[in-house]
Ligand binder design. Sequence first.
Ligand SMILES: NC(=O)c1ccc[n+]([C@@H]2O[C@H](COP(=O)([O-])OP(=O)(O)OC[C@H]3O[C@@H](n4cnc5c(N)ncnc54)[C@H](O)[C@@H]3O)[C@@H](O)[C@H]2O)c1
Length: 247
Amino acid sequence: MNPAESDPARVAVVTGGANGLGRASALRLARDGCTIAIWDCDRAAAERTAQEIRAGGAAASARQVDVASLDDLQAAHRAALDEHGAVDILVNAAAIIGVDASVLTTPLDEWREVLAVNLTGTYLASRLVAGGMAARGWGRIVNFTSHARRGVPALTPYAVSKAGVVPLTRAFALEFSARGVLVNAVCPGRALTGMVLSRVPAEVVRNPPVAIGRYAHPDEVAEVVAFLASERNTYVSGGIVPVDGGG
Ligand SMILES: NC(=O)c1ccc[n+]([C@@H]2O[C@H](COP(=O)([O-])OP(=O)(O)OC[C@H]3O[C@@H](n4cnc5c(N)ncnc54)[C@H](O)[C@@H]3O)[C@@H](O)[C@H]2O)c1
């Protein structure tokens, strides 16, 4: 049976849904029959993605949101409840990579901003929606971590933020799974998005050090996000799911 036909219509919020892996996830979830609310600081791109989804026949809204701002998130949450009735699925894809710097010279503002967007933003958005999901007895949260969480040269705030997403994901899973809210993180390896193309030399993009021998297309990551966010996922929670072509 086609899951899009069998699943109830769900409302999915996708932070960072304007571009890259969030955008691909939003488009994929829309194909599964979800109504999509895009929360992204890039207003123009968020509108474009929402328009693309509507052109495909699904409902979609776009809102300019800085996920590091609790005020923005609360306002977006209220608007989503007013417009769509509920939030059933949350995909926390919004993130910034920060500037390259030694651990000794990373500007403190940079440290705070990367953690505020990538880690605190994921926490705050999850915190806003998890209670309502539990009250309705169904919900899915999909976070984004990275192999950078092991520690990488020159991107320490990003690495620390992505490491923090792991216990955050597990904490929500431990507290909410029994109430029907399954919480996981995907761990992309190397996927072709603006975040990567802006900093990786073309030669590495052509010939990456990945077992499968190539970068992921964003749709390949979105496919896993869509599974974790769906009715088809009945028993995966607290997982850190690699989508990394073998690493
Ligand atoms: N691309 C990869 O290879 C890769 C690898 C590992 C993990 N990831 C993770 O995947 C997720 C998506 O990354 P991507 O490669 O698609 O990046 P991207 O830069 O293409 O997209 C990120 C999106 O987040 C939005 N955003 C940034 N700051 C925001 C804020 N404060 N509030 C709201 N929205 C904000 C941007 O506007 C953009 O639309 C991120 O969490 C990233 O850490 C990506």
